[in-house]
Design a protein around this ligand. Sequence first.
Ligand code: ADE
Ligand code: ZN
Length: 337
Amino acid sequence: MTDINALIDRLPKAELHLHLEGSLEPELMFELANRNGIEIPFKSLDDVRAAYEFANLQEFLDIYYVGMNVLITEQDFFDLTWAYLERAHADTVRHVEVFFDPQGHTDRGVALETVMAGICRALDKAEADWGLTSKLILCFLRHLSEEAAFETLEQARPYLERIEAVGLDSSELGHPPSKFERVFAAAAKLGLKRVAHAGEEGPPAYVYEALDLLKIDRLDHGNRALEDLALVERLAGEGMTFTVCPLSNLKLCGVSDLREHPLKRMLELGLKVTVNSDDPAYFGGYVNENFKQTAHAVGLSQAEVIELARNSFTGSFLSAQDIRKHLTEIEAVTQTA
Ligand code: ADE
Ligand code: ZN
């Protein structure tokens, strides 16, 4: 097992499912609350940790939206993003494709300009300092209306050069992908790629909708697709990349024990799976911790761990040339392991 841990520590990888606002560690939450004079419903770090017990996605989201209220200034968004990038760099992450939730900020009166400036300054610094590259994914909050999503897309027009894709997140049940068919089509017309959370808590029908109506390029979570064999065959045949988040699934009770996590089964079914951390400040681990705990719990082989790392690049939105470069680095690392 330590062999596997050492391999995971050394393997170059990409992270494809990370909500920047979900990387807000309690310590930084307190610091920003003080800096900005914002009230938060926690008195101490212990208070915060005690609150991070979730029975489902909605219980988490209720706290996640409270946490992000402390983000006000450009410097706050820089600090948030930089703290995540430092963790990613320490985990041998070479490329990130990160989500952000503009509506979680603009609806509180924080300008999109402020959000973009802080996030992009940190992303640019990581590339300059370490060669850690990145792409940004603008998510629509699915519990809000499609009209609100259209407004957000309109506000984002000045920043389209910096935005690679649109995504769909927040409360899945009761908010199927079909609700956002038109705004995803509009995003496609603007040249943006498309991803969506589907099958995290929602049924396989939501995954079909994400494929057929939103025309997604990548599937976020997708766990419940396993309930439909024809869907599994289709997703395997299409080579669809799944961004799976094991510790998130555990914390949000998608699985009751990590040993029951379907990651290994997904690989065996021929699905192109990746491992990611989702909201690491809330779910107890960054990407290497997700790899290690899952590898241990479900018994991943070294070859499977390497396949997961390779998938993270081949499933990214990097150019073919950049993907080749990263795969070559993986090969070099595994040959000297
Ligand atoms: N927003 C942040 N994390 C999320 C998750 N795991 N599912 C849906 N929306 C989210
Ligand atoms: Zn997510």
